[in-house]
Design a protein around this ligand. Structure first.
Ligand code: OOG
Ligand code: NI
Length: 458
């Protein structure tokens, strides 16, 4: 078979993301309502702010907005994670970043599967926050072994899904028909199961250890637990959610509202209580909460220096705040120390940018030397700088999202720290470094500018 007969991984990802969204809409109607709400707000914001619309269009962000979303799953075993990596690779998604959530009392570590090339991100930046349960954090040895045994007995991928992953790896891609089939089969691993694989007593014991452990261990598969569209104004969205009677989380995670958005701001509505049938001689009914809705606003990616400042200010705000209300004002106060205009962020090396030759200003008499600094190019108006969008996640925010959706039992403390080595051993490869990806994108854009400026006759 010729290579050009294969569907592009970007297109497989597009198909999968659309199919997953359709499935989740059918399973959780509130998600559909949330998509409508976000589409309304985005249309309104774009209409009201021509500057924002132009900026997004130029940065290639406008077209991807309608298809942009992330989801999350929680896996139980190293094998599940290894196969999930291969499944996502068929869709052009790689594991980026390591997130240790144990520090925040959640017994998992995680990565984000996402596209990494600029052209792929522009097409469809679908990402999946993928956690792996750390069974070693269950104190009770008998319960730990029980959980491991239950997990070892399940198989979350259909045999045909495994076959098609192997086929894609062997042949280097999938034909149109096989790609469609792959999407349908892959989807099975993400669907909801209203029947538990355990009896209610086992469920309760695992739940008492940590609600997340019950969520991972007691079901046939790692049901997608939320899908998050990208909104252009999260404060408006939060107000609109409350206005439509959606029980949103009380505070927005991440940085406060700013003129020049950074990183990621997120809010969610609470998990649904869903009827579950438990195993027993005579099936027993109960409930479980796992699935929820979330929206997010994305801002620019920060350098390690910018990120360190963000982490410090967030910590200072938390220490200063006594309750939810004072948290919002403490956050706003703390972040006064974070420059809030693009040029200052650029000059101080706090954020990443994509540089492009500014063709709106004709007539530059002096040639540009190959070693001209970015500042010089910007000051002379030869290049423009667009912030690079943050494509990843924030561990403190993620922990807040986990906590708000797992129920009140989840007040565990683990003092073990992360274990990236074990995570990467399970994954079967090392995770990519997100800073290196932004750095490379920024450097490539600057190189391109210099190449153009060396040739262009103004
Ligand atoms: C994942 C929570 C993390 C986010 O947006 O930070 C996440 C989960 O609850 O499984 O999705
Ligand atoms: Ni999320």
């Amino acid at each position: 078979m010729k290579t050009n007969a294969f569907v592009e991984p970007d297109d497989v990802r597009g198909l999968f993301s659309r199919a997953l969204s359709g499935m989740y809409k059918a399973e959780v109607p509130q998600y559909g309502a949330l998509l409508d709400l976000v589409a309304d707000i985005n249309a309104k914001v774009l209409l009201e702010s021509k500057g924002l619309a132009d900026g997004l269009r130029e940065a290639g962000q406008l077209d991807r907005l309608d298809v942009e979303r992330h989801g999350a799953i929680r896996l139980g075993t190293a094998d599940e994670l290894a196969v999930m990596r291969r499944l996502f690779a068929v869709m052009g998604m790689r594991a980026v970043g390591y997130y240790d959530l144990s520090e925040a009392g959640v017994p998992v570590h995680a990565t984000a599967f996402r596209p990494v090339d600029e052209s792929s991100l522009k097409r469809n930046p679908f990402r999946v926050f993928t956690s792996l349960l750390r069974l070693e954090l269950i104190d009770d040895a008998a319960l730990r072994q029980r959980a491991a045994k239950i997990l070892a007995e399940r198989s979350i991928f259909t045999p045909r899904c495994l076959e098609l992953i192997g086929r894609a790896e062997r042949d280097g891609g999938l034909s149109d028909q096989l790609a469609q089939e792959f999407v349908a089969q892959a989807l099975q691993a993400f669907r909801w199961h209203s029947e538990a694989t355990v009896d209610i007593e086992t469920y309760r014991q695992l739940r008492a250890s940590h609600p997340l452990i019950a969520d991972v261990v007691c079901f046939k598969g790692p049901h997608i637990n939320h899908l998050t569209p990208r909104v252009l104004d999260i404060d408006q969205a939060q107000a609109a959610m409350l206005g439509r009677g959606i029980r949103a989380k009380d505070a927005i995670e991440g940085p406060p509202k700013r003129k020049c958005p950074i990183l990621l701001r997120q809010t969610s509505f609470l998990a649904l209580e869903e009827p579950i049938r438990f195993q027993a001689a005579q099936a027993v009914d109960g409930t479980h909460t796992a699935r929820f809705g979330e929206i997010e606003q994305r801002g620019c990616a920060l350098t390690p220096k910018g990120r360190a400042l963000y982490d410090d200010l967030l910590k200072a705000a938390w220490e200063a705040a006594r309750d939810a209300e004072s948290k919002a004002s403490a956050l706003a106060r703390a972040f006064e120390a974070f420059p809030d205009d693009a040029r200052a962020l650029q000059r101080q090396g706090l954020a990443y940018f994509r540089y492009s030759v500014d063709r709106r200003r004709p007539g530059h008499p002096r040639p540009v030397s190959a070693d001209a600094s970015v500042d010089e190019l910007l000051d002379r108006g030869l290049v423009r700088a667009e912030p690079l969008v943050y494509e990843d996640f924030l561990p403190v925010s993620a922990a807040g999202i986990f906590r708000s959706n797992l129920g009140s039992e989840g007040a565990a403390h683990y003092n073990v720290g992360g274990n990236r080595k074990a995570f990467e051993a399970a994954l079967g490869t090392s995770v990519m470094n997100e800073f290196a990806l932004y750095e490379a994108a920024q450097a490539a854009s600057l190189e391109e500018c210099k190449r153009e400026l060396a040739h262009v006759q103004f």
